[in-house]
Design a protein around this ligand. Structure first.
Ligand code: HEM
Length: 334
């Protein structure tokens, strides 16, 4: 066999290097094999079926839009968007800190799945149902819309530890939050744009009451929290009161998907510490403050939110013959 010699000034070496670079580049650039028309022949009415179920659910309870949007986020940050958050069982993600007594909407996902199965059995993944339901929830709350990329398959395992470590906590610093997003391939713009999801939905007292009492040695109350809002929250969430009581994340326009979340931040009216630090922390000055100010304009926010939702939906999907199409979103197929 002739000996293969690579020398930098040899045209063959240059050709080999070029070929290797092209192969490597194409591996990195192919973000996902998801497509918008994935079910066009196997489940042509899919989008209509999901839209109707989400509409009915929101009619029954407006907050459900927020809960469904959050489920897609909590799914994608753990093992990628693979429906793992939906799996039942005490070792599952439902029992992880960010989800316990908090994540909701599982019954609605069940009813969407049942409606989809009745028309196209064994074809549509639970992970894709979450992605479509999240988009519909935003749109039906007055927000922007987009074409959802589809073709994800469902994971075979839940990852409770992953849920505890990957999903940002309301008590994290901005650096930590940015790192947790970076770990799943999302950048600082994604952090701010996706935090805008807090324009709808609610949070429990336990997630922000640290800002109201014994905040620090210097300040009893978080100084970056508007004092009238602080007083209001103190009466709603008294010290040693019911931590599971809830209030709206965006008190300016509770159920409307708009840019008021960002106006709130500029006015020191963010509910969670992890919201307000996007504008008020020392790190925010150089990283996120200007983005928050930009997003007080709703069309700028909407454009970036859509991009970031697509980025989030692209986190490590299972495709091809990986994973499965679950029959019941709560359990892996037997
Ligand atoms: C940036 C880091 C984030 C942190 C620290 C965070 C934290 C939280 C917390 C603590 C709650 C209240 C949970 C409870 O009281 O039970 C909440 C609610 C919510 N989060 Fe986030 N979140 C973040 C990012 C996101 C993202 C990226 C989305 C979606 C794209 C999202 C969507 C929501 C929604 C819609 C609610 C309200 C849910 C409901 O009312 O059922 N959050 N979040």
């Amino acid at each position: 066999m002739p000996e293969l010699r690579l020398e930098m000034n040899d045209p063959n070496t240059v050709r080999v290097c070029l070929l290797v670079s092209i192969v490597l580049l194409s591996c990195f650039c192919v973000k996902s094999q998801l497509t918008t028309d994935f079910y066009s022949s196997t489940c042509p009415n899919l989008l209509k079926i999901v839209r109707k179920q989400v509409k009915d659910a929101i009619k029954r309870e407006t907050r459900m839009a927020a809960s469904l949007l959050r489920l897609h986020f909590h799914d994608c940050f753990v093992n990628g968007c693979d429906g793992s958050v939906l799996l039942d069982g005490s070792n599952g993600e439902k029992f992880a800190g960010p989800n316990l007594n908090s994540a909701r909407g599982f019954e609605v996902v069940d009813s969407i799945k049942r409606a989809v199965e009745s028309q196209c059995s064994g074809v549509v993944s639970c992970a894709d149902i979450l992605a479509i339901a999240a988009r519909d929830s935003v749109l039906l709350s007055g927000g922007p819309t987009w074409k959802v990329l589809l073709g994800r398959r469902d994971g075979l395992v839940a990852n409770q530890t992953g849920s505890n470590t990957n999903i940002p906590s309301p008590f994290d610093t901005l650096d930590t939050i940015i790192n947790k997003f970076a770990n799943v391939g999302l950048n600082t713009i994604d952090v701010v744009a996706l935090s805008g999801a807090h324009t709808i939905g609610s949070a429990r007292c336990v997630t922000f009451s640290n800002r109201l009492f014994n905040f620090s040695t210097a300040d009893a109350v978080d100084p970056t929290l508007d004092s009238t809002m602080a007083a209001d929250l103190q009466s709603l969430c008294p010290e040693n009161g019911d931590g599971n009581k809830t209030t709206s994340l965006d008190r300016n326009s509770i159920d409307l998907f708009d840019s008021h979340y960002f106006t709130n931040l500029v006015n020191n009216k963010g509910l969670l510490s992890s919201d307000q630090i996007l504008f008020s922390s020392d790190e925010a000055l150089s990283i996120t403050k200007a983005i928050v100010e930009k997003y007080t304009d709703s069309s700028t926010f909407f454009t970036d939110f859509v991009n970031s939702m697509i980025n989030m939906g692209n986190i490590n999907p299972l495709t091809g013959s990986n994973g499965e199409i679950r029959k019941n979103c709560r359990v892996v197929n037997s």
